[in-house]
Design a binder for this molecule. Structure first.
Ligand SMILES: Cc1ncc(COP(=O)(O)O)c(C=O)c1O
Length: 368
């Protein structure tokens, strides 16, 4: 049995006709850059996220960078986030001219440990970016409380958490802004690059809309220096189609996670993901932890079962961020998890038989 880490084709085949019609409508109207299909998706996505506004941009990286810029983060500022995330979270901070400051993650949930925040807040701190890693929201209440006490912005990196919930509230809708990626492999994935910022601030939404379109509210009248970060029409149309299916796809991911958890119940060498009581996890990634990660991953690949690692090197130990001056041992939980994480095949269409086969091979590996 060949079990891929992710299979986008099955999902495409199931919605092929809807997608063809949506793409055809874009072609017919020639609304290629921004335009009505993007605006329609923005309204739908804002409602889905229980947020006042959604602004479509070119990618999740754009969303984070532009949200920070439009909140006024810049040279000399510090922004706190976690080292166990995709590098885009930190790049967005760096490309505003600000400095990423890391705090360690919680060993159970793998999201920002709020108890560590106060220890790194300085007079230069302007914002906090909790990352809803793997599809599980960070513990937002204490983060928001600390941010309020210190007058800081909270920008949620919800790039892996479309439809996830924190105490019944939609991920991305809790802080000043929530940033989403629609990279094709995400729970809500475009057929190309795309992203969005959601916010309840009409002022911030307007500023982001203007910024992503060269700072113009009217063609060739530029009230600010902006950038070209528009979402394209095809992506808006595809995302509108796919958004309708997202609740069912997220539910299927949750069922698959439950199935994995049940089958792993008697395997003590594997630590399965913990869904916090405050969270509705959407399992963008189903990451187990095991001490024999690399050997296990090789053995599974030998049986045509393909896994991933998210992420093998925490950001503070990446060459790109050496200049920040963090050394090994600075964030022990992030480092331990990075050495043990193994992301198993996870997508809505994964079958029960495939899940059983993955778990059987893992059990066999540990009994050999
Ligand atoms: C946590 C996180 N932040 C940011 C991004 C960046 O999104 P994009 O790839 O759409 O630029 C991603 C996507 O991979 C992500 O997983």
């Amino acid at each position: 049995m060949n079990i891929p880490f992710l299979d986008l084709k099955i999902q495409y085949n199931a919605i092929k006709e809807e997608i063809a019609l949506a793409l055809h409508n874009v072609l017919d109207s020639t609304a290629f850059a921004g335009g009505p299909f993007v605006e329609k998706f923005e309204k739908e996505f804002a409602a889905f996220c229980q947020s006042g506004f959604a602004v479509g941009v070119g990618s999740g990286t754009d969303a984070l960078w532009i949200a920070l810029l439009c909140l006024g983060i810049g040279q000399g500022d510090e922004v706190i986030t976690t080292p166990n995330t995709f590098i885009a979270t930190a790049e967005a901070i760096t490309f505003c001219g600000a400095k990423p400051v890391f705090v360690d993650i919680d060993e159970q949930t793998y999201t920002m440990n709020p108890d560590l925040l106060k220890g790194v807040i300085t007079t230069k701190t302007k914002a906090i970016i909790p990352v809803h890693l793997f599809g599980q929201p960070a513990d937002m209440d204490p983060i928001i409380k600390i941010a309020q006490e210190h007058g800081l912005f909270v920008i949620e990196d919800a790039c892996q958490a479309h439809g996830a919930e924190y105490k019944g509230r939609s991920a991305g809708s809790i802080g000043h802004a929530g940033c989403f990626s629609f990279y094709p492999g995400k729970n809500l994935g475009a057929y190309g690059e795309a992203g969005a910022v959601v916010t309840n601030s009409a002022e911030l939404a307007e500023k982001i809309k203007r910024f992503r379109d060269h700072g113009q509210a009217k063609k060739y009248f530029h009230s600010m220096i902006g950038w070209n970060a528009r979402m394209d029409g095809f992506q808006g149309a595809v995302l509108s189609v796919k958004l309708k299916h997202l609740p069912a796809w997220n539910e299927a991911r949750r069922e698959n996670a439950k199935h994995y958890n049940e089958l792993f119940a008697d395997v003590n060498k594997v630590k399965t993901p913990v869904e916090d009581s405050f969270a509705q996890h959407v399992y963008h990634i189903y990451a187990i932890r095991t001490k024999n990660r690399d050997a296990l991953m090789r053995a599974l690949a030998g049986k045509n079962i393909f896994c991933g690692i998210h992420y093998p090197i925490p950001l503070h130990l990446q060459e790109a961020y050496r200049s920040l001056g963090y050394g090994p041992g600075t964030f022990p939980v992030a480092e331990k998890c990075a050495a043990e994480f193994l992301s198993l095949p996870m997508f809505p269409e994964l079958t029960g038989d495939q899940i059983k086969a993955v778990v059987e091979k893992i059990k066999y590996f540990f009994t050999k």
